[in-house]
Design a protein around this ligand. Structure first.
Ligand code: SF4
Length: 303
């Protein structure tokens, strides 16, 4: 099979034949997003999967996203198109690291960003997304909080919740961490009329220059609602492509060239086709891990 159109048609045919639900993250290539029933961030994918009538769920994203969907829908078949699409930040923290931090700070609650493995969620007290992190940190009854794995989101939360003590793990997203203050200043100099909207996975010095800080979904919403006609986007490059296509009346600029998540780009039309055709790669998790990780996600929802 060769052309994009032919491949897309075959994917649609298989999706219908197998009654599959396809969910895509905002950072996978646009042509994959276009075949999805819904495009959203990782926790929204997991929630949609759980509420859907379909029993076959394809998560176009990286491994922890497939795991989150499986945690909320253990009875469903959850597939990942690219078995080798991981998240370097999620891989930076292990359950043993969390247990060590817990032993060092026994009074602290463990708050884990949803960009983490099921095994890490299973040893955490509560999960958070980038949009719920501040709310969850404030609502926790504990005065001390261990935050894993993202040091940038962790210090953003710590700065905004000064009444608590934070112990922050040293993980980071290599894509978001690579943005420098100089990148932002150069983009601002090239586009002096543009607002700068950025994801909290970027570093402090970058966030200090922002007009808006929010999750990917919040950045998309901000881009739509702001009166500004030009925006510099401080998150993965697919967002700039998506905004430029969907809001042609406004101008969107990358904060730096090649702001790509290499793992998200492993999800291609070819891998999506093979995934549906061969029903691979199935996400499987041990029951004990599923139950414990589910408790962390449920606590987030309840808070
Ligand atoms: S963009 Fe960063 S946090 Fe998101 S999947 Fe890629 S490496 Fe992980």
């Amino acid at each position: 099979m060769s052309g994009i159109n032919e491949l897309s048609q075959e994917i649609r045919r298989l999706k219908k034949e197998k009654n599959a639900l396809i969910l895509a993250h905002y950072y996978v290539p646009l042509e994959v997003q276009d075949l999805a029933d819904s495009v959203c961030d990782s926790f929204a994918m997991a929630k949609l999967a759980a509420g859907a009538a379909e029993d076959l769920i394809v998560i176009c994203g990286v491994r922890f996203m497939g795991e989150s969907a499986k945690i909320l829908s253990p009875e469903k078949t959850v597939l990942l198109p690219a078995d080798n699409a991981g998240c370097p930040m999620a891989d930076m923290v292990t359950p043993q690291d969390v247990l060590k931090l817990k032993a060092d700070h026994p009074e602290a609650a463990v708050m884990c960003y949803v960009n983490s493995s099921a095994a890490v969620k299973a040893v955490s007290d509560v999960c958070c997304t980038s949009s719920s992190a501040l709310r969850i940190a404030r609502a926790l009854p504990q005065k001390e909080v261990i935050f894993v794995p993202d040091r940038h989101l962790g210090s953003f939360v710590a700065k905004n919740v000064p009444e608590k003590t934070f112990y922050i793990h040293s993980g980071y997203c290599p894509a978001h961490d690579s943005v420098t203050r100089e990148d932002v200043l150069a983009a601002k100099a090239s586009h002096p009329g543009a607002l700068f909207a950025v994801h909290p996975e970027c570093g402090d010095q970058v966030l200090d220059l922002a007009d808006f800080i929010g999750s990917t979904a919040e950045i998309l919403d901000f881009a739509e609602k702001t009166q500004a006609q030009e925006l510099i986007i401080g998150t993965e490059s697919e967002i700039v492509r998506r905004l430029s296509r969907d809001m042609a009346e406004k101008r969107f600029y990358e904060v730096k060239p090649r702001f790509d998540c290499g793992d998200m780009k492993k999800v291609t039309l070819e891998s999506l086709f093979t995934c549906l055709d061969l029903e691979q790669y199935k996400v499987e998790l041990p029951q004990e891990q599923l139950t414990a990780a589910r408790a962390s996600l449920d606590r987030m929802v309840n808070m």
